[in-house]
Design a binder for this molecule. Structure first.
Ligand code: FMN
Length: 361
């Protein structure tokens, strides 16, 4: 496929140059790309008040400025999360700040929320023809004096264009940001956002994206705060600051968040631990190291209703989306599940609640 050949060529460029080229090419020519075939109906799922054509989403960080969500949907993603968007534009950290760990099928990034700010994102989103499911991931500016006010401002500006909003408190690349996962700060942050939502966008689901580097006590606190807050879901997880001893690539020593293959096991373990702690009505989105349908399926069986990926797309190109759909379907058939909804939480001790009626073929 021509897109896979283009991905192989882009891999010869430095990582961030390749990413910028990918976004520019997608923006300029994306409308001409052939649409992926419609996914099998057994992969459709109703959750967060929306129907997702399939459960495989594009994780935040690929389309930080919300310039290509519709093209990414056309390539077969069941949903696309844009951002992280901060209130004011910011450059992010000095380059180089994005590293391929090719021998490990991994990435390290310390981008630092480089983005054009919420006004630019709002312009792009307002222009977009609304179709599919598009979430917006929001964050705080690095130099903000009041981070909670930043989240509120970004929520108020962008929620009208979002099918859901993700509150990103787990990037390791903005100093102090992950402190917002602590009990008191998280309570205040989520109270502020649910209050803003009640006035402005009462039907917009709110999700919290957490780090994989949390211990059992921190997860207990998050589960308690989230349970009391009235938000709808959690994304598990962002990148890790850990460096597994198994890493082989010389770039492994770089500072930043590690994603891709080495994140699969730890992020899936945290997903399991979170599923045990939260109410069955809370929706979980599994992210971290997904590069096969079997891995997406494992996260779904662990309790995720939806999954997301980013790093594997950088290695394999957009052909990965349809491949994953086919592999996921093969897993369902093998295990005798009629639909993806039937497999959610199959390995979990507490089952997530079903929303609406089952979607069958
Ligand atoms: C280059 C890069 C930039 C990212 N930027 C963001 C971001 O802005 N906001 C966010 O919530 N997550 C960001 N992420 C994390 C991803 O959304 C995802 O949670 C993580 O990479 C794990 O998935 P993966 O292993 O499939 O890449 C970024 C990841 C990468 C590789």
């Amino acid at each position: 496929m021509i897109l896979d050949a283009a991905t192989a060529a882009l891999r010869l460029l430095p990582a961030e140059t390749a990413h910028r080229a990918t976004i520019s090419l997608t923006r300029a020519w994306g409308g001409l790309l052939p649409a992926a075939p419609p996914p099998d109906k057994r992969l459709a799922i109703r959750v967060l008040g929306k129907t997702f054509a399939n459960p495989i989403g594009l994780a935040a960080g690929f389309d930080k400025n919300a310039v290509v969500p519709n093209t990414m949907l056309r390539l077969g993603f069941g949903f696309v999360e844009c951002g992280t968007v901060t209130p004011r534009p910011q450059k992010g950290n000095p380059r180089p700040r994005l590293f391929r760990l090719a021998q490990d099928r991994a990435v390290i990034n310390r981008m630092g929320f480089n983005n054009d700010g919420m006004e630019e994102a709002a312009v792009c989103l307002a222009r977009r023809q609304r179709r599919g499911v598009v979430g917006i991931n929001i964050g705080a500016n690095k130099d903000s004096a009041d981070r909670i006010a930043d989240y509120r401002a970004a929520f108020e500006r962008l929620a009208p264009y979002a099918d859901y909003v993700t509150v990103n408190v787990s990037s390791p690349n903005t100093p102090g940001l992950r402190g917002l996962q602590n009990r008191d700060e998280l309570t205040l942050l989520l109270a502020t956002l649910t209050a803003a939502r009640a006035i402005l966008a009462p039907t917009t689901p709110l999700l919290l994206k957490i780090a994989p580097d949390l211990d059992g006590h921190a997860l207990d606190d998050i589960a308690a705060v989230v349970g009391a807050s009235g938000i709808e879901g959690l994304i598990v997880s962002n990148t890790t600051v850990a460096r597994p001893a198994s890493l082989k690539s010389p770039e492994a020593k770089e500072t930043g968040g590690l994603s891709g293959a080495p994140l699969f096991e730890p992020s899936t373990q945290i997903l399991r631990a979170v599923r045990q702690r939260v109410s069955p009505s809370l929706v979980l989105i599994g992210a971290g190291g997904i590069a096969s349908g079997a891995q997406a399926y494992a996260k779904i069986r662990a309790g995720a209703s939806l999954v997301q990926l980013y790093s594997a797309l950088a290695y394999e190109g957009p052909g990965i989306v349809v491949r994953l759909q086919q592999e996921l379907l093969a897993c369902l058939t093998r295990d005798g599940f009629a639909t993806i909804a039937d497999a959610i939480g199959a390995d979990a001790t507490t089952l997530p609640l079903r929303e609406g009626r089952k979607i069958t073929k």
